[in-house]
Design a protein around this ligand. Structure first.
Ligand code: LMR
Length: 344
């Protein structure tokens, strides 16, 4: 296992160094060979992010008249969660769209503010952050890490699942739950005395199937396309948190692209972003319908009273995570969205 990882990182190093060396030479004015742009991600093609990546490929290749070729590697076929960020920094891949929950290990903790339970009351509130100055300032914080933030892409709001009904916070006590690598998500489940386990997305299905964990949280499109609903008897539509992505590039590579190509790619990225954010909700609605139709999982919509109990149980996480993500960062989000914790 260790050896495999060593080889992967070595491959990344060599590939990264090569692509950075070759990038300027690959400009269309010097060669007929297209510039190859590798876009790696961990979800299925048939998800908001998967479709967004394919849309970007289509548009980027069209707008550059074939001067750029985008290779999309879906479903962790190239790298898993943690490795993909290392590979991007090394230049072995050029584009990623990790979930905002996965930037903490990189040392950019502010992104974990997106994980605070119930901080966004729907996508209108969320857009005020991702399409405003706060979102832009977050992306700028990636630059010293050699990463260029290009866009925010939606997935959607999360639901929770287990093999037992989850109708109240007390139902989570003692349950081992797979989470993404975010300290805020860890605290979220510790707050209700569950046992959070950080795990790569690609390992989630098997962990649920074999009982290594009892449950998890994710969006309907992620559950459905990974077949996780087939190994979870109960789901609750808590909508307690958000999963979205920052589309990011290796900065050195991106900055070395010829100006014309860069303009075409920016245009392609803008349009792919609009497309992804338009289809995301629909993809999740469709996935939830398909999960329901499969008959494998009982889906529970919390009553107003149940929802209030979840909110009340999880809101203390905001205060507790001030030291981690910054009190000022949390305040900035409250201001941008109009969220008032005192209202609950
Ligand atoms: C997860 O790990 O559950 C998600 O971040 C996967 C993804 O990229 O949507």
């Amino acid at each position: 296992m260790k050896k495999q990882k060593h080889f992967r990182i070595r491959r990344a190093l060599i590939g990264g160094a090569m692509s950075l060396l070759l990038a300027p030479l690959a400009a269309p004015s010097f060669a007929a060979e297209p510039i190859v742009l590798k876009f790696s991600h961990v979800v299925a093609n048939d998800t908001p992010k998967g479709k967004g990546a394919l849309k970007f490929k289509e548009l980027a290749e069209r707008y550059t008249n074939g001067a750029v070729k985008v290779e999309v590697y879906a479903n962790s076929t190239l790298y898993k969660d943690k490795e993909e960020l290392e590979a991007l920094q090394l230049g072995a891949v050029h584009l990623l769209a990790p979930s905002l929950s996965k930037f903490g290990p990189l040392g950019v903790r502010e992104f974990e503010v997106f994980d605070l339970p119930y901080i966004f009351d729907g996508s209108v509130a969320l857009r005020k952050v991702t399409e405003g100055p706060v979102g832009a300032a977050f992306l700028a914080r990636l630059e010293p890490k050699g990463i260029k933030g290009l866009a925010y892409w939606d997935n959607g709001f999360k639901i929770m699942s287990a093999n037992a009904p989850l109708h109240a916070p007390a139902d989570l006590v003692g349950k081992k739950l797979r989470i993404q690598s975010s300290k805020v998500l860890e605290e979220q489940f510790r707050e209700v005395r569950a046992l959070p386990q950080v795990m790569a997305f690609s390992e989630s299905y098997q962990a649920l199937q074999t009982g290594v964990v009892d449950g998890t949280e994710n969006t309907p499109s992620n559950y459905y396309t990974q077949k996780m609903h087939e190994v979870q008897k109960h789901m609750t539509l808590t909508d307690h948190g958000y999963i979205g992505y920052a589309v990011i590039a290796n900065k050195k590579f991106w900055d070395s692209l010829p100006a014309g190509v860069c303009g075409d790619l920016d245009k392609a990225m803008n349009e792919a972003t609009g497309y992804t954010n338009r289809i995301a909700q629909e993809e999740n609605d469709r996935a939830l319908d398909a999960i329901r139709a499969s008959g494998r999982t009982t889906i529970h919509a919390p009553t107003a009273v149940e929802r209030k109990a979840f909110i009340k149980a999880l809101l203390p996480v905001h205060k507790k995570m001030e030291a981690r993500v910054g009190a000022e960062t949390i305040r900035t989000i409250y201001e941008a969205t109009g969220f008032d914790p005192a209202a609950f």
